[in-house]
Design a protein around this ligand. Structure first.
Ligand SMILES: [Zn+2]
Length: 93
């Protein structure tokens, strides 16, 4: 991680690829916190956010967004996407 990187940044959401997301680097260095206008708030285990989200197909993105929504509906207001979640969606579980 470059030293110039700020603790929070805005970029196009890697999950929906549409909306703008605010990314926070939390004190937990193993995960980042994403607030997206479309996907809502969720957390992604590093290096999942940079590495694997770009490999998802449109259908896999929808599946993942559905998972986040289901977790949020069950009371988790900031669902965590783990590398295992990504691997299983990418068929590498
Ligand atoms: Zn999004």
């Amino acid at each position: 991680m470059p030293a110039s990187l700020e603790p929070s940044a805005t970029s196009v959401c890697r999950l929906c690829k549409v909306a703008t997301a605010r990314i926070h680097f939390t004190s937990n260095l193993r995960e980042i916190d994403v607030s997206c206008e479309t996907c809502g708030r969720f957390r992604v285990e590093i290096p999942g956010y940079d590495m694997n989200l770009d490999e998802l197909t449109g259908a896999q993105r929808l599946e993942l967004i559905g998972k986040i929504k289901a977790k949020r509906a069950s009371g988790d207001d900031s669902p965590l996407i783990t590398n295992d979640d990504l691997k299983s969606i990418l068929g590498r579980g």
